[in-house]
Design a protein around this ligand. Structure first.
Ligand SMILES: Cc1ncc(COP(=O)(O)O)c(C=O)c1O
Length: 409
C-alpha cells in the first residue's frame, strides 16, 4: 500500500486527460511566438494562471495582486527567490532550523553570513530575544529582512503559526525605528508551500512570495511555480537564476502543463470542499489504530509534533510518530510491499537522525524511531485498515519481541 503522499503522488487522471485534450486541440504552440498557435497557447496560459490564483486565494482582488513564474517546482523556486534577495543590499534572512533541505542549502549558499536561524527547540521568546541581540550586535545595518517559513512541515505535518510573522516584523520595525500603517509590514515573507498547496492555503494570504510543486497534488514531477506579488517581478527578473529570454525564467513555456495544473487545482479545490472530512477521518483511523497497537503490546507511542506556538495546527495529511525502541528503519524494512517513510520525503535514503526532529528538541532515541505516514483523499479506508491490522501491527509485534530479546541478552 502506498502511504507516502508527502513524498510524491501518482499522476492524476485529470492531469493526463487535460494534456491529451490540449494536445489534440493543437494548443501546443510556443506562447512566445507571434502566430495563431502562439497566441492561442498564450491565452490559455494566462487564463489558466488567473484561474489557479483565484482558486488559491478564493478572492479575485487578492489573486490579482499575484503572478506565477512556472518552473521545475519548489526547489528551483526556493533557489530563485533566495538568490534574487541575496543580490539586494543589506538583507538579513531569517529561516527555520526545521526547514526543508532546499531552504537550508539555499540559505547556506546565497546568504552564508547574513542569516538568522529560528531554533524550534527554543521558546519563541528566546528566539525573538536572540534575534534582537543579533541585530543590535551586528556590524552591518540591515535594511531588509526576508522571513522564510514553511506552511506545512514535510516531516511532521505541523502548520506554521502565522503570529510569528507579526512578531518578527515588530522586532525589525523596532530595529529600523520605522513605524508603518496598521497591518503594513516591513519584512518580505516567503512561504515554502510545497506540502500545503491546495490543502492548507490560508497562510499564503500572508506571503509575498511562495512556491509549490505539481507532483504533490497529482501533477507531473519537475513542474511547479513561484507565486509572487507583482511588485517582486523586477527583483526576480533582474536576478534570474536561469537566463535565456526576457522573462523571470528563460526557456520555452509549457502552456499545456499550466492548463493541466489549472484543471487539477480546480478539482482539488472542489474535492477539498466536498471531502474535507474524509481526510480528517482517515487521519483519525491511523491515530486510533496506532494507539490500539501501542496499548496491546504495551509500547510507548509518541506523536512527533511541534510546540503549539511554532506550529499551531496539524495537517491531517501527515502523521509522524515513534514506537519507542523500534527503529524507523527496521519498521520500514519489515514492510516489504508497503510504502511509509522514516524521514523527510526527499531524503529518506539518509540514515542520519532527522534534522527536523532533532531541531525540535526531540531526543535521538525517539527521533530514530520515527516513521511518517502520509495520505490523501484517494486512500481507501478498508485497504488502510487492512494494512494497519494485518501488516503494520504484526511488524510492530515482531520488532517489539526482538527488542525485548535484545534487552534480555
Ligand atoms: C517542504 C518541502 N519543500 C521543498 C520540497 C522540494 O520540492 P521539489 O522536490 O518538488 O522541488 C519538498 C519536497 O518534498 C518539501 O516537502
Amino acid at each position: 500500500m502506498y502511504l507516502d503522499f508527502a513524498a510524491t503522488n501518482k499522476i492524476s487522471q485529470i492531469w493526463i486527460d487535460s494534456i491529451i485534450h490540449s494536445n489534440s486541440k493543437n494548443l501546443f504552440g510556443n506562447p512566445g511566438s507571434y502566430h495563431k498557435a502562439g497566441f492561442e497557447a498564450l491565452d490559455m496560459m494566462e487564463n489558466s494562471t488567473k484561474n489557479i490564483l483565484n482558486d488559491i486565494f478564493e478572492d479575485k482582488e487578492i489573486a490579482n495582486q499575484y503572478d506565477i513564474c512556472y518552473n521545475s517546482g519548489s526547489t528551483e523556486s526556493i533557489n530563485q527567490f533566495i538568490y534574487a534577495m541575496s543580490k539586494q543590499q543589506n538583507v538579513l534572512i531569517v529561516y527555520e532550523n526545521v526547514a526543508h533541505k532546499a531552504v537550508l542549502k539555499s540559505v547556506q549558499k546565497y546568504f552564508p553570513e547574513d542569516n538568522f536561524k529560528l531554533e524550534f527547540s527554543l521558546t519563541v521568546e528566546d528566539n525573538l530575544k536572540n534575534l534582537k541581540e543579533f541585530l543590535e550586535n551586528s556590524q552591518k545595518y540591515y535594511k531588509r529582512c526576508v522571513l522564510v517559513l514553511t506552511s506545512v512541515n514535510n516531516e511532521t505535518g505541523g502548520i506554521i503559526n502565522p503570529e510569528i510573522i507579526g512578531k518578527i516584523d515588530n522586532i525589525f520595525k523596532d530595529y529600523r525605528e520605522i513605524s508603518t500603517y496598521a497591518g503594513e509590514r516591513l519584512i518580505d515573507v516567503f512561504i515554502d508551500h510545497t506540502q500545503g498547496f491546495m490543502k492548507n492555503n490560508e497562510i499564503v494570504h500572508l506571503a509575498d512570495v511562495f512556491c509549490f510543486s505539481a507532483h504533490k497534488i497529482g501533477g507531473m514531477k519537475g513542474f511547479g511555480g513561484l507565486v509572487y506579488k507583482k511588485e517582486y517581478e523586477r527583483i526576480l527578473k533582474e536576478n534570474s537564476l536561469i537566463v535565456g529570454g526576457y522573462e523571470i525564467r528563460g526557456g520555452t513555456k509549457d502552456p499545456i502543463s499550466v492548463k493541466a495544473l489549472d484543471d487539477l487545482v480546480d478539482d482539488k479545490y472542489i474535492r477539498r470542499i466536498i471531502s474535507g472530512d474524509t481526510i480528517v477521518h482517515l487521519h483519525n483511523v491511523i491515530v486510533w489504530k496506532l494507539q490500539e497497537i501501542a496499548n496491546e503490546y504495551k509500547i510507548e507511542l509518541t506523536f512527533n509534533k511541534h510546540s503549539d506556538f511554532y506550529m499551531k495546527d496539524q495537517s491531517p495529511y501527515i502523521i509522524n510518530a515513534s514506537f519507542v525502541g523500534i527503529e524507523g528503519e527496521s519498521l520500514m524494512s519489515s514492510l516489504i510491499d508497503d510504502c511509509i517513510s522514516t524521514g523527510s520525503a526527499c531524503n529518506s535514503s539518509e540514515l542520519k537522525t532527522s534534522h527536523v526532529l532533532s531541531g525540535m528538541g526531540i531526543k535521538k532515541l525517539i527521533a530514530n524511531c520515527a516513521f511518517r505516514i502520509s495520505i490523501d483523499e484517494t486512500v481507501n479506508e478498508e485497504e488502510l485498515k487492512d494494512f494497519l491490522d494485518n501488516r503494520f501491527k504484526p511488524a510492530i509485534k515482531f520488532l517489539a519481541r526482538m527488542r525485548t530479546r535484545h534487552g534480555e541478552e
